[in-house]
Design a protein around this ligand. Structure first.
Ligand SMILES: [Zn+2]
Length: 105
């Protein structure tokens, strides 16, 4: 195999893997965004839920455990951090459950 044939082979394998992965995800009913939906708190104290997939973020700038993204409560761009449900007060749980940002990770 020359270099071009190797590249064509690798491209074909990559396209095939993506197609198979798409079919498997579609058969499972699509991505389960709710599984990755977690409460976060912004710097101003607003609490809301967001889709937080480790290693993936299309709507936020990741800075380790902190992300810079849109806060739908205060309608501003800010830094947010994960907050476990157990550390939220009843009022904050209500606020998180009723305020979501987009379903894009
Ligand atoms: Zn906020």
């Amino acid at each position: 195999m020359n270099e071009t044939q190797v590249l064509v082979f690798l491209l074909a394998v990559s396209v095939g893997a993506i197609a198979i992965g798409g079919v498997l995800i579609a058969r499972r009913g699509g991505l389960d965004a709710e599984r990755f939906e977690v409460p976060v708190r912004c710097r101003d104290g607003h609490v809301f839920t967001t889709v937080w997939v480790p290693g993936v973020s299309l709507k936020a700038i990741r800075l380790g455990p902190v992300r810079f993204q849109w806060c739908p409560v205060g309608e501003h761009r800010t830094f947010v951090t994960l907050v476990p449900w157990s550390r939220l007060s009843p009022e904050e749980r209500w606020m998180a459950a009723h305020n979501h940002d987009s379903r894009v990770p």
